[in-house]
Ligand binder design. Structure first.
Ligand SMILES: Cc1cc2nc3c(=O)[nH]c(=O)nc-3n(C[C@H](O)[C@H](O)[C@H](O)COP(=O)(O)O)c2cc1C
Length: 169
């Protein structure tokens, strides 16, 4: 029997084009809820989120990345942060944030939405935090752009598994 989880993992694509249809606040919270069910070292749950739907703020954020057109097109953004006060290990907490972000991408897919992980904006993370009115305890990990996909024919590829498996002992 096909596994719905494996199907979601392989069928998910980064979605960068959206319709104008807004994403309901309750749906965005469901996506964040999926994020917080990610594993984290010591179960310290170091992630924090800022949910943005206001057009004026999205517009200001769009100026902070080369991918501003995606930020502008997406009706919703979720900025994912690590809380330095809750962190215990730089690497492991960043890994936890990655797991959290992937959970949210898969949740968006499962809810019939599309999303993309935006990392290039990290080069202006201080500006992003200023725009969002945050203090220095929070460190930006990524922004997820979310919306209703205007198309679903995106292609992606992965190299053959043999290139990744170093050894099978
Ligand atoms: C750490 C990280 C940073 C990324 N940053 C961006 C970004 O700034 N802009 C963008 O359009 N896509 C970004 N992506 C999405 C990747 O381009 C995408 O996942 C990759 O091309 C594979 O495509 P797929 O997600 O459709 O399988 C990022 C992905 C990751 C994991």
């Amino acid at each position: 029997m096909p596994s719905p989880i494996l199907t979601a993992i392989t069928q998910r694509r980064s979605i960068r084009e959206f319709t104008d249809q807004p994403v309901a606040a309750a749906t965005l919270r469901e996506i964040v809820q999926a994020g917080v069910w990610a594993p984290s070292g010591l179960n310290n749950q170091p992630w924090r989120f800022v949910i943005v739907t206001e057009a004026a703020i999205r517009s200001r954020l769009s100026e902070q990345t080369h991918y501003g057109h995606i930020v502008l097109a997406a009706p919703a953004l979720i900025a994912v942060y690590l809380d330095r006060k809750t962190m215990y290990d730089e690497l492991k907490d960043a890994q936890s944030a990655g797991a959290c972000i992937q959970n949210m991408l898969l949740a968006a897919e499962g809810l019939g939405l599309g999303a993309v992980w935006l990392g290039q904006i990290l080069k202006n993370k201080e500006n992003v935090s200023r725009i969002l009115g945050l203090n220095g305890d929070l460190e930006l990990m990524a922004i997820i752009a979310i919306g209703h996909p205007s198309r679903r024919d995106q292609q992606s590829h992965r190299k053959p598994l043999a290139e990744f498996i170093v050894k099978e002992l």
